[in-house]
Write a new protein. Structure first.
Lengths: 120, 120
DNA sequence: TTGACATGTTATTCTTTTATAACATGATTG
DNA sequence: CAATCATGTTATAAAAGAATAACATGTCAA
């Protein structure tokens, strides 16, 4: 797999809220598939497993098998690579082109403030 | 659009290499759609425009219309939000769970070194 | 004002994802 | 060892994404 393939897999894995939710759930410690399914009541068990497999292919989840249980561990290292190649450099860029965009009437001072769910 | 919708749009926009290529192309200054198409010879003009519209909806591209030209500007501010909500916190996590994963035999010391295109 | 040019729009096709169902396996516990 | 439980596998339908074609619009420059 090329580096570009890896970034494809990573961004795509992060591109679904259910998968981001899973990451948040295992952030503070691994969980079994069963526990995850019990939490994600809006999703079918099969759907959760499919999402886990997408996360696993992206390298964000590492599986540890214990008896008949499957413990899903977070591996945040790939996110480090995203940081180095994409986020860091572009975050820097965000500053240098501020004036440029303001001239275009884009006054949006960035979007995330709180976790509001009510806008357009 | 909720915050989650915005992250969906952002990660999905970043999840295609053609769009990441476009971002890199306009990183150091805006380009017209025509110029971009001339560079991205492997893509149809319509495809490039579709990608631009995905980037625009994600807030990563801001359009300035000048006569019959369309200048595509990069707006890296949304990436800032990705950094704050996802990358930063998870990059921190990457350190605390290192030992945990090493016990699972995951020795992969992160993936991106150079832009090799030859592995599995 | 007319022809060339840069871009836009709509529709269509093909592929990939997402969600679910039905069935299968392998471990645990009484 | 037999029933139960946690997880896996395969197949299928619905939805979303990607690539292209054909046609449309608005601008510039002679």
């Amino acid at each position: 797999m090329s580096t570009e393939d890896k970034f494809d897999a990573l961004f795509k894995a992060l591109g679904h809220r259910a998968r981001r939710r899973i990451l948040d759930l295992i952030k503070d410690g691994p969980q079994t598939t069963g526990t995850l399914c019990a939490t994600l009541t809006d999703l079918d068990r099969c759907t959760v497993m499919q999402h886990l497999s997408v996360l696993e292919k992206a390298g964000l989840v590492v599986v540890e098998r214990r008896g008949r249980e499957r413990w899903n561990h977070l591996d945040a290292l790939p996110i480090h690579d995203v940081q180095n190649r994409w986020i860091g450099p572009y975050a820097a860029q965000a500053i240098t082109m501020l004036g440029d965009l303001e001239r275009l009437g884009k006054t949006d001072a960035s979007l995330v403030k709180a976790d509001d769910n009510s806008e357009t």
